[in-house]
Design a protein around this ligand. Structure first.
Ligand SMILES: *[C@@H]1O[C@H](CO)[C@@H](O)[C@H](O)[C@H]1NC(C)=O
Ligand SMILES: *[C@@H]1O[C@H](CO)[C@@H](O)[C@H](O)[C@H]1NC(C)=O
Ligand SMILES: *[C@@H]1O[C@H](CO)[C@@H](O)[C@H](O)[C@H]1NC(C)=O
Ligand SMILES: *[C@@H]1O[C@H](CO)[C@@H](O)[C@H](O)[C@H]1NC(C)=O
Ligand SMILES: *[C@@H]1O[C@H](CO)[C@@H](O)[C@H](O)[C@H]1NC(C)=O
Ligand SMILES: *[C@@H]1O[C@H](CO)[C@@H](O)[C@H](O)[C@H]1NC(C)=O
Ligand SMILES: *[C@@H]1O[C@H](CO)[C@@H](O)[C@H](O)[C@H]1NC(C)=O
Ligand SMILES: *[C@@H]1O[C@H](CO)[C@@H](O)[C@H](O)[C@H]1NC(C)=O
Length: 416
């Protein structure tokens, strides 16, 4: 009894000693021994894009749910197949939701994402000069088109073609002089071409209403010939903007800006609200050694035209017209996307596990993860020849001649 009491007392004393001593606070292993290492991670942005993957015959992505701190309160869980090979998350819509959700994913100790392929699969507005509603597009460039100065159209100078002016510049057609780093991202073009090949094996969905709406773009000048064609799989680039715009002039202005910031290579064809934010989070994760930025596929299916057909009001195109393409665009995320997922899993050991070597520059406008950007003023870091595979880069020295701007952003001295 005494012995018992004594040991109970000892235990009590020991316990209080333990809890009073910061040195003895129990440490939890931040890296659990079993982490999920998906081969493909699907990024959806809102419910319909996510739910089209549920209940499909190919795999059960609701086999296992993982709550991830930092995810949207509307979409708190990642969903995975029981074996963890395929996972999905829902970012929530627009740039802030996308950036925070993806930053939370890559910081989560529940996943090992170092070999994972990422399939961004969402709907988007489409530029009828390049593609049409219900088409499936794969981007090489993602451009943050609204990261610019803006004047209301009633206050722009007579000789400006648009109220959007690149930051740090004084004319719409001048390369941005003040750069934040998220203006342009470029992904692995060799991987994109493989994904396009997989997607082209799909039979795309369409609707009678979409067929009818498209026909309005078949004008005699042929400006929107691509918009009048039946849906297909297209290689063209995505714009990111929190502002959901509609109209010929904004479409053309952002098309011009895409061409400008990608030094003539980018072809603006789809518009959505998340991709650059997602890519910035992924880029930082690559720099920290957590993901491989060259394993990202940006697939956007076209749910609506970004501008009216000739004679139609921009407001009618956005608010009232029955374009009929929302449902086919959602369907086509699955129909084309599942071919990409199956293609990657089917050739995992032979091809995809080791990675698809990029032949183009991959990364951001700063050259953050190495290499020399083929757009913009050039890498800002001293070691801009660093190989893409060298991940886990630490603090970097910024090149001389790159000065911080007095206000916001970097000022580049172009040509220096
Ligand atoms: C995972 O979440 C989904 C949607 O919330 C639910 O339908 C499904 O049953 C969950 N799966 C498991 C294994 O609990
Ligand atoms: C957004 O990302 C796309 C795709 O990588 C890139 O082409 C685009 O320039 C980026 N835009 C901005 C403003 O960050
Ligand atoms: C517009 O006109 C002003 C004043 O003549 C000139 O300084 C400016 O460069 C012009 N801008 C463009 C985009 O042509
Ligand atoms: C598109 O999908 C809908 C809904 O599943 C289906 O009823 C329709 O027949 C499909 N149309 C085409 C052209 O595939
Ligand atoms: C566009 O209209 C012309 C003339 O009516 C027609 O010959 C052509 O087939 C139409 N194109 C498409 C893609 O529907
Ligand atoms: C786009 O650029 C072209 C060629 O420079 C120019 O003619 C057109 O006015 C621009 N469009 C807008 C809306 O800025
Ligand atoms: C990809 O690049 C790595 C490193 O340069 C090289 O070892 C590998 O053989 C390349 N893979 C292919 C399939 O070309
Ligand atoms: C892109 O265009 C800008 C402005 O014309 C130029 O200063 C820069 O050197 C170009 N970058 C590349 C990689 O060609």
């Amino acid at each position: 009894m005494v012995l018992l009491l004594t040991s109970a007392l000892t235990a009590l004393l020991f316990t209080s000693f333990v809890s009073a001593s910061p040195a003895r606070v129990e440490k939890r292993d931040p890296y659990p021994k079993y982490r999920i290492a998906p081969k493909v991670f699907i990024f959806s942005m809102f419910d319909p894009e996510a739910e089209i993957w549920w209940g499909i015959p190919e795999f059960d992505i609701l086999g296992r749910n993982v709550t991830v701190p930092g995810f949207s309160p509307l979409f708190p869980d990642a969903h995975c197949t029981a074996n963890g090979d395929i996972c999905q998350l829902v970012t929530g819509e627009s740039e802030i939701n996308a950036a925070v959700t993806i930053a939370s994913l890559v910081a989560s100790a529940q996943f090992d994402l170092t070999s994972t392929y990422f399939l961004i699969g969402g709907i988007a507005g489409v530029n009828p000069e390049v593609a049409t509603v219900a088409s499936v597009t794969f981007a090489r460039y993602a451009v943050q088109v609204a990261l610019q100065y803006e004047f209301d159209t009633r206050e722009i100078p007579d000789n400006f073609t648009t109220g959007y002016i690149p930051q740090g510049s004084t004319r719409p057609d001048q390369y941005p002089q003040s750069i934040y780093g998220t203006e342009v991202f470029e992904v692995n073009d060799a991987l994109r071409k493989i994904a396009v090949g997989f997607a082209r094996t799909a039979t795309l969905n369409d609707s009678a209403e979409a067929v009818a709406y498209r026909a309005n773009y078949n004008t005699s000048d042929g400006l929107y010939a691509a918009g009048a064609e039946p849906p297909s799989v297209v290689e063209c680039d995505v714009a990111t903007s929190d502002v959901y715009y509609s109209g010929k002039l904004l479409g053309e202005a952002f098309s011009n800006y895409t061409k400008l910031v990608t030094n003539g290579t980018g072809v603006y064809c789809t518009t959505a609200q998340e991709d650059n934010a997602t890519l910035e989070a992924m880029l930082r994760a690559h720099a920290a050694g957590l993901v491989d930025f060259s394993r990202i596929i940006i697939m956007r299916t076209a749910s609506d035209m970004d501008r009216p057909y000739p004679g139609e009001a921009a407001t009618t195109n956005l608010f009232w017209a029955n374009q009929g393409a929302f449902t086919p665009a959602i369907q086509n995320i699955y129909l084309a996307g599942v071919k990409v997922v199956e293609g990657i899993l089917g050739a995992w050991g032979t091809t995809f596990e080791q990675g698809i070597n990029a032949t183009n520059y991959v990364g951001d406008i700063f050259g953050t993860i190495g290499g020399t950007p083929d757009f913009g003023p050039g890498a800002i870091f001293e070691d801009d020849q660093a190989s893409l595979s060298r991940r886990g880069v630490g603090r970097r020295s910024v090149k001389r001649g790159t000065q911080m701007k007095g206000r916001r952003g970097y000022v580049y001295h172009l040509g220096q």
